[in-house]
Ligand binder design. Structure first.
Ligand SMILES: Cc1cc2nc3c(=O)[nH]c(=O)nc-3n(C[C@H](O)[C@H](O)[C@H](O)COP(=O)(O)OP(=O)(O)OC[C@H]3O[C@@H](n4cnc5c(N)ncnc54)[C@H](O)[C@@H]3O)c2cc1C
Length: 406
């Protein structure tokens, strides 16, 4: 039998070291931190990063020649689920969004000069970056509608447009910007191109940090007016912006799922702990069937989430077509995360609604998981489309249900 669900000893050792680092160093620092103090936040993350490097836990997802640990996607599932048990774990390892996705994108698409100028310092943690695609005026779910335009002018491009929800924009040293360059593309998906924008730049104005239901987290609105970049700043070829976005989004979506597993596990741990301590109507909450159902449903969903993430990661590592499995995983794990956190709040009662536990913040932050990086309904549409195609082609739906040998 070739199926083996255990990790090799060397990966298990890395996982345990990440867990130790999060428990011993990152969580205590998180408890002490006043997030509203930006200087304190920067200095704390700087300290955590030095310690991560000292422990050999720096940049797990990048190849060794770039200073990383060279882990594949399956291995990253183990590392990210541990790291994300603290909000600052991924930052400490330099594997946080959006830089992680940008690093993968640059690794795949950058030419040698772009690699040296952007990828190397990003991997070293000397700079941060952002990814600018979504616009307030048109549906982010459909990038063929992008209105930001890049027009050729001699060897340069001149760009005008409007973006928002650009994570990490304030303080980023460069952006990967998606803009429309083609008037009549052969297919609608070939209308956009990607550009590397050095920041700050004339013509790139941060209008505001968009206030969200979980506060301000550097998701910025950007006005772009007459921004001039040289032709050498194009990333990939003309009209390849959509392709680049799709290639970036597959693994980036899965990386979110890995972090969400860490968050969901934290919520389930809190739920169970509270249920074994709270007493009402003659017994502990953990002894009541209504509470056990919530615990059971959460355990089952977390189990499903872990299996789906591992399998989708395995497909990426194998170089196989991963689109349907990543879609199904992203859709399922985003929903499970929200349901598990909500149940944990329910079991905590007023305490869960307070900010005395991490649950309230976790619930606010988890909400975007169901519509960003592909809304639930868009994933469902694509999954159904591929299931219908499989049936039409093969006379059954097997090829669309995870391509497992079952
Ligand atoms: C915290 C956060 C961080 C983000 N970071 C970034 C970033 O760094 N860079 C960036 O470019 N963007 C970023 N985004 C934006 C994100 O990618 C978009 O929110 C997402 O692509 C959805 O686009 P939209 O918000 O315009 O929603 P819309 O596209 O308007 O969709 C709204 C809703 O319409 C429905 N819908 C859409 N299409 C269909 C369909 N075909 N069938 C059925 N229903 C449909 C869905 O219910 C969907 O939720 C971020 C968003 C958040 C919340």
């Amino acid at each position: 039998m070739a199926i083996d669900f255990s990790f090799p000893p060397e990966l298990e050792e890395v996982r345990q070291r990440v867990r130790g680092f999060i428990d011993e160093v990152v969580r205590p620092a998180e408890r002490e931190l006043d997030e509203s103090d930006r200087d304190a936040l920067r200095s704390t993350i700087g300290g955590l990063r030095r310690e991560a490097k000292r422990r050999g836990l720096w940049l797990p997802h990048m190849p060794e020649e770039l200073g990383g640990m060279g882990l594949g996607h399956v291995a990253m599932a183990a590392v990210s689920a541990e790291a994300a048990k603290s909000r600052y774990g991924p930052f400490a390892l330099n594997s946080q969004a959006p830089d992680e996705g940008n690093m993968h994108t640059l690794l795949h698409w950058a030419n040698p000069d772009q690699r040296e100028r952007y990828l190397v310092p990003l991997c070293q943690g000397r700079i941060r970056s952002c990814f600018a695609m979504t616009e307030p005026e048109v549906a982010g779910s459909d990038p063929t509608l992008i209105q930001t335009r890049a027009v050729p002018d001699g060897d340069d491009w001149v760009i005008d447009g409007h973006k928002w929800f650009i994570s990490g924009a304030r303080g980023a040293r460069f952006a990967i910007l998606i803009a429309r360059t083609e008037d009549e593309p052969e297919i609608p998906q070939a209308g956009n191109s990607a550009f590397l924008i050095d920041l700050p730049a004339e013509g790139w104005e941060i209008v505001r940090d968009v206030e969200t239901m979980s506060g301000s987290h550097n998701h910025c609105e950007i006005r772009i007016s007459g921004l001039r970049v040289s032709g050498a700043q194009m990333l990939g070829g003309r009209g390849q912006g959509h392709l680049l976005g799709q290639a970036r989004l597959g693994p980036a979506r899965l990386a979110h799922c890995m972090r969400w597993i860490g968050q969901a596990e934290t919520a389930l741990n809190l739920m169970v702990e509270r249920s074994t301590k709270r007493y009402a109507h003659g017994s502990l909450l953990s002894e009541k069937q209504g509470i056990q159902w919530m615990i059971a449903d959460s355990s089952v969903e977390l189990y499903q989430a872990k299996l789906m993430v591992l399998h989708a990661a395995y497909l990426i590592d194998q170089g196989a077509d991963f689109r349907t499995e990543v879609s199904m995983t992203k859709h399922f794990v985003a929903g499970a995360l929200n349901r598990i956190i909500d149940r944990a709040i329910q079991v905590h009662g007023a305490l869960g609604y307070s900010t005395d536990t991490p649950l309230a913040k976790m619930a606010q932050q988890a909400r975007w998981a169901r519509f960003a990086d592909g809304a639930d309904e868009v994933h469902q549409w694509r999954i159904a489309e591929r299931t219908l195609e499989a049936f039409k082609r093969d006379g059954d739906t097997k090829a669309a249900t995870g391509r497992l040998p079952l």
